[in-house]
Every structure is written in C-alpha cells, then in structure tokens.
Design a protein around this ligand. Structure first.
Ligand SMILES: Nc1ncnc2c1ncn2[C@@H]1O[C@H](COP(=O)(O)OP(=O)(O)O)[C@@H](O)[C@H]1O
Ligand SMILES: [Mg+2]
Length: 394
C-alpha cells in the first residue's frame, strides 16, 4: 500500500472550511470537526492491518477526513477500481458516528443520478484488535472511483474559474441537488471539497452525503439546536440551528458559485465563530462589485441564492438549474461570437499588405536575382540562336 497525499495535508488552518459534525443522537452529544480526529491521531496506512477490506484490495490513500479515510481499491471479484471510504476504527466505536456513516451510504445510494457519486456497496469490516462498539465491525462504503479533482483543488490551482465553466458546473450541481431534493434529501454540506469535476467527461459529481438528512426527520435538528455543516458555505438558518430545508443547499450553492467566480468566499471570517456571525448578520459584497464584467443574469442569480431569508432565494434546485442552463447558453453564444470575431480579425491581418516600409536589403529572399538554372537556360538559348544564325547565313 502506498500513500498518495491525503487531502488534509494542504496546510489549511483548523478553522478553515471544515465540516462541523455535532449531533445529539441516542443520548450521545459528540462534537467534532472533520479536520480533527475524533480519537487519537491516525496514520491512514496503519488503520487497516490487512490490505483487504471485504472484497476490496487497498491500493492507496486518496483522501482523509474526520470520519474516515478514502482509499483507491480494487474490487477483486469484479476486477474494477473503486473508491473505498472506511471509517476510522476509533470513530467507529462511537455509535453516533457509526450511524451517521451508514446513513451516508443509505442516503447516497437512494439516488441514481449522473451528478451524484454512485454507491456500489456498504459493508462492515471486522478488525481483530480494535474495539468498535456493539457491532464489532468498521463500516465502509464502496463507490465509483472518480478521476479528476475536487473543485477545492481546482480553485487552489487556478484561483478562480471562468464564468462559462462556472455556469456549467452550477447547472450540474443544481441538477444533482434537484434529484436529491426530489426524494426529500438535503445534502447540508455543499462546498468545493464535496464537488468533483471528472477529468474526461467534464461531469460534476456531488460527493459526501455524510450530513445528508431527510426533510421529514429534520425536526430533531430543530429541537437539538446544534450547528452542522461548513461555516463558510453554510446557510444562515443552518448557522443558527433553525429548521433547514432544501433551500439551505441553494444558499450553499450560491456561496460556492461566488467563490468559483471571484476567488473568495462571500462570508469568510478569521475563524469559524467570526464566519458564522458574518453568515447570519453581515451583508456580502454583491458579486458584480468583485467581478465587474460578469454577465448580469449570472450576477443576479448568485446574489439571489445568497439571500438571508430562504423565501427570498430561488425556491427550487430545478429552477436554478434551468436558469443556469439559459445563462450557459448565452455565455456559450457570446464565446463563439468572440472566437469568430477574433479569427476574422486574424484572417484580415494576414490578407492585408504590410503597410510598414521595409528596406529591400532587409528581405532575405532571392527576389530580383536570377537563379543559376535560368542563367544556364539563357546561355543555351543564346548559343541556339547563334547556331541558327550561322546555319541561316551559310
Ligand atoms: N468516489 C471518489 N473517487 C475519488 N476520490 C474520492 C471519492 N470520494 C471521495 N474522494 C476523495 O476523498 C475526499 C474525502 O471524501 P469525502 O466523502 O468528502 O469524505 P469526508 O467525509 O472525510 O469529507 C474527497 O474530497 C476526495 O478527494
Ligand atoms: Mg467531504
């Protein structure tokens, strides 16, 4: 097993955009952030004693979160590569977190949609020496292995993303969300880390249903008054532990689009507490102030998604997806018109004579000078005419 740069080792501060998971559940009031380990710190390579988990052979580590570790693995029966999210054994001894982890698999597996990561299997792996609670097994989720990168990685590399691609990404996320919302599931942790851009297809996949919750069971959250999610992308109602519905995901989508377009989050504080205060109380700089040449329809949509009150936002993911599809079409048409204009200008430049006077001596060609072949032909011609003349005279 080789380790391949777990995604927590990128030097971000502990308060940075990490998910807060805190939830009274079965009398347990555990709280932690996904960047922190719920137990003693874990070396991802040493979590598993064997290199096999169920029918999967571990290849290397591709991501490390608070709950678990994501490995690249091979399904030995089907001979295909999978992403295997295995819960950390220390965390698995906590019933709250076990249930949450298993619920993640259950939630994501209920949706069959091209913009949501496909779940293949959920299982429990027996690990001899670890005490892992009543069930004596470490839960794992096998899912489709995605090649490409998260939007967080893309942002880190490029700073911001061009509006045409942002509209396309946004439309795909909104379409995936519409599918989740359609079965009453709220994601609650939409952020660049949890959105994946597939390399070959350009398809966007929503990952990490670790905080997903059915709309009907959300009453429990209201009573418990706890905060879950990622402060920088969290809706005001989520930040104040009020009842959260599907429109909370739309606010988070607005934050993500804002970040992709401008390179900064609309509500970034020095720490989680400061960010939460900003999300709930402060006005954000309208996107057109930060990106002055942005398409006005796209600017209006992003600003509307970030409305503090859910009633003031677009009301459904489907509506947002349709709106973004229109914007995408418009940006695409503008892009093509620009490209056509550009190529016409280039053709015109090539066709028109160069107006600048260039001294003849500077032209490095043989123009004006006879070639050796023509000199030989000329000589032959003269000799031939001479011979004809002689023949004619004598
Ligand atoms: N299906 C997958 N294919 C490839 N990489 C993945 C996949 N699922 C997760 N990852 C990687 O692992 C990281 C953590 O996965 P995630 O499900 O978000 O776990 P966490 O709950 O720890 O945030 C992701 O940001 C991504 O880099
Ligand atoms: Mg995640």
């Amino acid at each position: 097993m080789t380790q391949q740069g777990p995604n927590q080792s990128d030097g971000r501060s502990p308060d940075d955009d990490e998910t807060i998971v805190s939830e009274p559940f079965d009398g347990d009031d555990s709280t932690h952030k996904t960047g922190e380990h719920a137990g003693p710190s874990v070396d991802p390579q040493r979590v598993l004693e064997a290199d096999r988990v169920g029918d999967y052979r571990i290849v290397d580590v591709i991501g490390v979160g608070g709950m678990g570790i994501v490995y690249r693995a091979e399904d030995v029966m089907l001979k295909r590569t999978v992403a295997l999210k295995v819960m950390k054994p220390e965390v698995a001894s906590n019933e709250t977190f076990r249930k949450r982890f298993l619920r993640e698999a259950e939630s994501a597996a209920r949706i069959d949609h091209e913009n949501i990561v496909t779940i293949y299997q959920v299982g429990q792996h027996k690990v001899g020496q670890h005490k892992v609670g009543r069930h004596q097994g470490v839960p794992y989720i096998a899912m489709r292995y995605l090649s490409g990168e998260s939007l967080r990685e893309r942002l880190k590399r490029e700073g911001r993303i061009e509006p045409r691609l942002v509209a396309n990404i946004g439309r795909q996320v909104a379409t995936g969300l519409a599918a989740a919302h359609g079965i009453g599931l709220i994601h609650r942790d939409i952020k660049p880390d949890n959105l994946w851009l597939e390399a070959e297809t350009g398809r966007v996949k929503i990952l990490d249903f670790g905080l997903a919750r059915s709309q009907e069971t959300d009453m429990r959250l209201t009573k418990s008054g706890v905060v879950l999610g990622t402060p920088k992308y969290m809706s005001p109602e989520q930040a104040t532990a009020k009842t959260v519905d599907h429109r909370s995901d739309l606010f988070s989508l607005g934050s993500v689009l804002y970040h992709l377009l401008s390179g900064t989050e609309p509500f970034g504080g020095s720490d989680s507490a400061a960010t939460l205060i900003k999300v709930t109380q402060a006005d954000f700089a309208p996107i057109q102030k930060v990106c002055p040449n942005l398409n006005p329809k796209l600017a209006r949509l992003v600003n509307a998604l970030l409305a503090k009150h859910p009633d003031k936002r677009p009301q459904s993911a489907r509506e947002v997806a349709l709106n973004l599809a229109e914007i995408e079409k418009q940006l695409e048409a503008e892009h093509e018109a620009n490209a056509r204009r550009q190529s016409l200008t280039e053709t015109a430049d090539l066709a028109s004579p160069d107006p600048s006077p260039v001294p003849t001596s500077a032209i490095p060609t043989g123009v004006g000078r006879p070639s050796p072949l023509s000199l030989v032909l000329l000589g032959l011609g003269i000799v031939l005419i001479g011979l004809l003349l002689v023949a004619f005279l004598f």
